[in-house]
Design a binder for this molecule. Structure first.
Ligand SMILES: Cc1cc2nc3c(=O)[nH]c(=O)nc-3n(C[C@H](O)[C@H](O)[C@H](O)COP(=O)(O)O)c2cc1C
Length: 139
């Protein structure tokens, strides 16, 4: 039993949200993920580079502010890079709420792919402002 538990794939959903829109998406993504049997789903607002290393799949949620992702996300990935945290071949995906340009999720996908050699899932899931019922379903 213990051995089986340890083998359960771990999915980390990490998000940042200032006004709650990306948070709504994150909760819906986590809800959806939890319907998949035998996956250990963690939804977090903050994570350490070590927690990234422990996950088998990482989904990052980021709103776009000033054509960019957030400082928290950048700092986390920068720290992981400096500490040479190995994320190679882990599965990576991103999502986020945006207003008009929405670059942030794709920016993170690019870092996951090029800097960390992760296996990314494209395209990212982006929703303008507050997700409606249809948007949450998509999440
Ligand atoms: C100061 C400020 C700057 C923003 N800059 C951008 C931007 O460059 N591109 C964009 O698509 N949306 C931009 N937005 C819109 C936000 O991405 C949008 O409000 C989003 O829903 C915020 O997500 P959150 O509720 O998860 O924080 C900006 C919003 C504010 C308040």
């Amino acid at each position: 039993m213990d051995g089986e538990l340890r083998k359960m794939p771990k999915l980390l959903i990490l998000y940042y949200s200032r006004t709650g829109n990306t948070k709504k998406m994150a909760k819906a993504v986590a809800e959806g993920a939890k319907t998949i049997p035998n996956v250990d789903v963690k939804l977090k607002y903050y994570a350490t580079p070590g927690e990234l290393a422990e996950a088998d799949a990482i989904i990052l949620g980021t709103p776009t502010y000033h054509h960019d992702t957030t400082l928290d996300m950048k700092n986390l990935l920068e720290e992981a890079a400096v500490r040479e945290i190995n994320l190679k071949d882990k599965i990576g995906a991103t999502f986020g709420s945006y207003g008009w340009s929405g670059e942030a999720p794709d920016l993170l996908l690019e870092i996951m792919k090029n800097r960390f050699k992760m296996k990314i899932i494209q395209p990212s899931l982006r929703i303008r402002y507050t997700p409606d019922e249809k948007g949450l379903e998509e999440c």
